[in-house]
Design a protein. Sequence first.
Length: 129
Amino acid sequence: MGNLIYTVDCTIPAGTPIANPAVFDLLVDNRSVSKIIVRIPPGPHGEVGFQVWYGEGQAFPYALDSWIIADNTNIEIQPDLEMTSGDWKLKAYNTGDYSHTLYVEMYVAYETPSLTSTTSSKAVAISPV
C-alpha cells in the first residue's frame, strides 16, 4: 500500500472576508486520506486564515468557527477517522491588500497493483518497488 499525492494551489484574492470565504475543492476520488499538508509561504502576516472541510462539516481546526492562521510554515493534518467520500474543501479568507496562495497536498491510500506473470504452472507476483 502506498500513497498518491493530490496537489491544489489555493489563491485567495485580496479582501476576501471571513463572512464569505473563498472555497476550493480538494477532491480526491473515493480514497482514504492519511495526511494533509498545507504550505503557507511567507507573507500573509496574520491576514489569511483557513479551514479544512469534509462534506458539509468543518474538520480542521477542531474548534468550530475557528481558523488556522499561520505564516511561513507547513501545517500537517492527520485525520483520525476513515474519511473516504473524497469531498474535501479548503475555505479561506484574506483581509490583506495582496492575494496569497496556500499549497495543499492530500496524501491518499493507494493499493499498489500486482502484475502477474505465468511461467509454466507457476504464477509469480511482481510488485513495483
